[in-house]
Every structure is written in C-alpha cells, then in structure tokens.
Design a protein around this ligand. Structure first.
Ligand SMILES: [Zn+2]
Length: 368
C-alpha cells in the first residue's frame, strides 16, 4: 500500500488522513520546515518540530500548532508519525510515517553537512524515501565550510582594509544565520537588514550562538567601511543600498557555482553556499535510508530518477509545488533547475515556468 501519495493539495497519507507540506489549504498538515513553499497559510491544524514554532507563528500568525521534539512519535488514525533532523534550517524535519509494517520517510529539504545552527541530518531507515533533488545534477558539489568561510573572511578583510563595506546577499532564514555563526566577527561590525534580524532573534532564542548584529540606524553615516552587511537578495539595487557608498557586494547561493548565474546577478563575488544537499550528499542520504523505492519531488527530478533506476532502485517522480528558497535568491538558475512547480514529465532542459517571485536581476528572465 502507498502510505503517501501525491494529491492536488500536496503529499497525502491516505490511512492517516493528513498532508505533508501541502500547498493548498487542508485539515491536517505536517510541516517539515518554515520556508514559505513548505509552510503555507490556511490549514486547520499544523504539526511541526518545536523549533519551527517561532518562525511559523511569525510568518503565519496565530495557527493551531502541535509541536514535537525529534524522535518522539504520535499516532494519528493508526499511523505512527515522528520527526527527524533534516539539517536544512532551524527546526527542519524529515517526516517518518509507519503503518501496517511499512515505513515511509518524506525528507522535506535537507543537507548532510553539520552547519552548527541546526540539528544535523540523520538517516532514517525506511522502505520508501521521498527525497528532494534541488541540486540533483553531478556538477553540484559544494566546497567545505572551512573553504567557504576562509573565502568570505578573506573578502571581508580585504574590503575592510580598503575602507569599503562588504554587502553579502543571502536568504534571510537559514543562510544569514549560518554566515553569522561561522564568520570571523573580529574583522569588523556586522549589520543585519531588517528582514534578517527577526530571524536572528529566533535562532538566538533557540540557543544558537550568533555574534552581535547592528541595524543600519545604529551605525553612523559613513562608518560602514569595516562592516559586513547581511541583506536579502530583494535589497539588491534598492535605495536602501545607497547609505553604504562605495562597497563590494557578494551573493551566497548554491547557484553561484554556475558562471552564468554569477554574471547575471551582477555582484562582485559569488560564494557557493547552499542549505540543500549537493549531488554526493543526495546519493549518500538516499543510500543511508536503505530504501528500495524512492520518490523524487523537486529539482532535477528526471535526472535523479534515471540515475536511481540505473542503480536498480524503484524510482519515480512526484509532482509537487515546492521550489527552492534560493530561488527567492532565484531566477539565477538554469532553466532545468528553476521550475516551480516541478514538472518531472518534462525532459531536462525543456522550457519551464519561472518561479512566482522573480527577478530583481536587470537582465531579464531565466529562459533568456
Ligand atoms: Zn527549505
């Protein structure tokens, strides 16, 4: 029996009568994490990890929310449900469901490397694994975090020595806090954009160490020369940037691996940094579950399905409407990666719709 099926509303568990990260309003929704394409408004009841509560309430207001710690199970209509760390952002969880001796795990978004800001990914043995595939192409291999932060620190240090601010564009929930947690805060003051600071507060309240951050109002005009400024991609090219005068800008995203993306973004530096597993990470995660059947939900679905089938697994695509929060950083991806919703029936490289929230880039759409 299929414990989880794809319905127009989202991933659905028929015996349990609940959905996982549904994109249309439903009665019962299990939420893997607080990014907006996974946690939508309008459901009657929510279940999520306890550390997602702050972000869900700040985004969705007053909701009926039951929370669970990792590893603890609840039973709903005879289906045993538990949440397990996904290593993606604070509170992110894989959902394990068990019924009639069958175990399925829905991954949500995940990455394997421990970034120090959330509980690291844990493989959960299962018969069927539902995996994301945002960066499911062999070209995607991330640098180590040591290399990444050496690069970011060096860029900031060089700018500070020249008296120019370092403005780093990054997604406000998850990535900004990873940067704060690991960057060398002795180089200079750190300024957080108004969209970033509320998320910093959620992380600090969860006990994640982040260095002190300032708002732009707390820094005297003309005193940004040594500062690292963390801002969401939507701030690029806005009047908010004028206060920094002469500055260098950078962009942190997995898509920065692609030269075309860096060029279209029009920033001085691209830092390859993602909250999603790279190609080897996806393979390791799938292997680690021991699953004989794999459903692929979003990203490079066709390539991943073919790869898994060639390795003898029963693999197929699941049509979902998940995107990539980096696509809010977005627009920068190649067409076969950029689809929201994912359409696994289309061959890789076929033209697909642009993500809903789109481009701040000056140079047109992703299909150009
Ligand atoms: Zn996410």
């Amino acid at each position: 029996m299929n414990l989880i099926v794809a319905r127009p509303e989202g991933l659905y568990c028929p015996p349990g009568d609940f959905y996982i990260d549904p994109w249309r309003p439903v009665e019962s929704a299990i939420i893997t994490h607080g990014h907006s394409d996974h946690s939508r408004a309008g459901h009657s009841r929510y279940l999520a990890h306890a550390q997602s509560a702050g972000i869900l309430r700040s985004r969705l207001g007053e909701i009926t929310l039951q929370t669970l710690p990792y590893g603890e199970a609840v039973t709903h209509n005879g289906v045993r449900i538990s949440l397990h760390p996904a290593g993606h952002v604070l509170g992110s969880a894989q959902v394990r469901v068990e019924h009639g001796g069958e175990v399925w795990v829905a991954s949500g978004d995940y990455k394997l490397e421990d970034d120090g800001t959330c509980q690291p990914f844990e493989p959960v043995p299962c018969h069927t694994f539902i995996t994301e595939s945002t960066f499911g192409l062999p070209i995607y291999r991330w640098p180590s975090q040591a290399e990444l932060f050496a690069d970011i620190n060096q860029w900031w240090r060089t700018n500070a020595a020249a008296g120019r601010a370092s403005v780093l564009f990054c997604y406000a929930f998850g990535k900004a806090q990873r940067i704060l947690h690991r960057v060398d805060a002795s180089i200079g003051p750190i300024v957080a954009h108004g969209a970033v600071e509320p998320l910093n507060r959620v992380y600090r309240e969860a006990g994640v160490h982040l260095p002190a951050t300032l708002t732009v109002a707390e820094v005297a005009a003309g005193a940004f020369g040594q500062a690292l400024v963390l801002a969401p991609p939507s701030a690029q090219g806005t009047p908010w940037m004028r206060r920094f005068g002469f500055y260098s800008d950078g962009f942190a995203s997995g898509w920065m691996l692609l030269r075309g993306t860096r060029r279209r973004r029009g920033v001085d530096r691209g830092f390859v940094m993602s909250d999603h597993a790279d190609w080897p990470g996806l393979q390791r995660a799938i292997d680690g579950t021991g699953a004989s059947r794999v459903f692929v939900t979003h990203g490079s679905v066709a390539v991943m399905v073919r790869w898994l089938q060639e390795r003898g697994l029963d693999a197929q695509g699941f049509k979902t409407e998940y995107g990539d929060e980096d696509m809010a950083d977005q627009a920068a991806a190649p067409v076969d990666q950029a689809a929201t919703p994912t359409d696994h029936d289309q061959p890789v490289g076929a033209p697909q719709a642009a993500p809903a929230e789109t481009s701040l880039r000056p140079s047109g759409g992703i299909a150009s």
